[in-house]
Design a protein around this ligand. Structure first.
Ligand SMILES: NC(=O)C1=CN([C@@H]2O[C@H](COP(=O)(O)OP(=O)(O)OC[C@H]3O[C@@H](n4cnc5c(N)ncnc54)[C@H](OP(=O)(O)O)[C@@H]3O)[C@@H](O)[C@H]2O)C=CC1
Ligand SMILES: CC(C)(CO)C(=O)C(=O)O
Length: 340
């Protein structure tokens, strides 16, 4: 299909123009798709002033002029997107889904690109006329400056297998985004959630991701969180998907290794740009509600279902929620002690 033909077809709607929405939407537009960005003035004003500048750790660069961007603070009346990418943080899912339900034609396809297990279902509960599918973004995107979004790690996008998404495998591919469709999306989401258990550790450390992962004390915190979650997943009969070079069950052992060995064996995992921080670190920095309840809270809900508890996840959740009262980074030793 020619770029002109793609651009002339129904647009992709980015619902929640932030780090992920701007990065994915920007690359799709650069590949010839029409894209509408719905977001908040903080981001839209920066895009209107500077255009959209995308970069990645492989040296890729894309620039979209500000005049080429369709920026909206709410969903334009009558819009009929071919695909909507739901890119708000989890706390905003219900409100965003209600807005989509109010504006989009029944049956419209919405792909959640959010972390956590239940966003697509939560959205569907308040927007029953739309078709929600779960997706997963493996890589980090950081806002390096006004209108500048940078991918600082690697990985393939994954989405729930569905015939309606088949044309997008090609569109995303042309945009430089590999999209894999899988049957067992729950396994992928749990596999990602295990990795996202580093989000609170990273946010509370106050350090960039790579620097934090290079400290064994912080890695031991992550290993403890993962051990707890893995034991519960095992009991529940859920096999998390492998999203790194190592099977999920083996990650805690790797994380606990002394620094020199870890550096050697986790070389692939450490391919992280110096500026990359978890999305939860961004939330703490901007004093926003975090997604902690969709990560550690999900582990605790699984424990509850099994008649068990998840005290390590509960403790770190409490620390994140208490951050506004003590907005100071934790050293690795402090954090280890605090989560027990
Ligand atoms: N950043 C990353 O590296 C990664 C993020 N993810 C996941 O992707 C999802 C999005 O994260 P991220 O891009 O970092 O989040 P951001 O906070 O950067 O972007 C979301 C944007 O959507 C805006 N927004 C919220 N509600 C609405 C609404 N109703 N209408 C329009 N705009 C709205 C937010 O504004 P406001 O802040 O004012 O509410 C914010 O600007 C999360 O679930 C995250 O966990 C997954 C992998 C990596
Ligand atoms: C990519 C990763 C795992 C770490 O940046 C993430 O999902 C996040 O920051 O929320």
């Amino acid at each position: 299909m020619s770029e002109a033909a793609v651009a002339g077809s129904a647009p992709v709607l980015v619902m929640g123009a932030g780090a992920i929405g701007c990065y994915l939407g920007g690359l799709l537009q650069a590949a010839g798709l029409a894209v509408v960005f719905v977001g908040r003035p903080r981001v839209l004003d920066a895009l209107a002033a500077h255009g959209l500048n995308l970069s990645d750790r492989d040296g890729g660069q894309r620039r979209l002029r500000r005049e080429a961007l369709r920026l909206e603070t709410s969903i334009p009346a009558g819009l009929q997107p071919a695909l909507t990418l739901l890119c708000v943080k989890s706390g905003a899912t219900a409100q965003a889904a209600q807005a989509l339900q109010a504006q989009l034609p029944a049956g419209s396809l919405v792909l959640s690109m959010q972390n956590g297990i239940g966003n697509a279902q939560r959205a569907a509960a308040v927007a029953p006329d739309l078709r929600f599918l779960a997706g997963m973004v493996p890589f980090n995107v950081a806002e390096l400056g006004p209108g500048h979004y940078h991918r600082g790690t690697d990985g393939d996008l994954v989405a729930q297998a569905n015939a309606a998404l088949l044309p997008y495998v090609e569109h995303f591919g042309r945009a430089g985004l590999r999209l894999r469709l899988v049957e067992d999306m729950l396994a992928v989401q749990w596999g990602k959630l295990l990795l996202n258990l580093n989000n609170p550790v990273n946010a509370l450390s106050g350090l960039p991701l790579r620097e934090q992962l290079l400290q064994r004390g912080y890695r031991r915190c992550l290993a403890a969180l993962q051990d707890e979650a893995l034991a519960l997943l095992h009991q529940a009969g859920i096999k998390p998907a492998q999203l790194t070079a190592l099977a999920p069950e083996r990650l805690p052992t790797l994380l606990r290794l002394p620094n020199p060995l870890f550096r050697l064996l986790a070389a692939r995992m450490l391919k992280i740009d110096a500026a990359a921080r978890s999305s939860m670190a961004d939330d703490l920095a901007l004093q926003r509600v975090t997604e902690i309840d969709m990560l550690c809270g999900e582990v605790q809900r699984l424990a509850q279902k099994l008649g068990r508890q998840a005290p390590v996840n509960a403790r770190i959740q409490a620390l994140v929620q208490a951050w506004p009262q003590r907005p100071q980074p934790y050293s690795a030793e402090e954090l280890l002690r605090a989560i027990g």
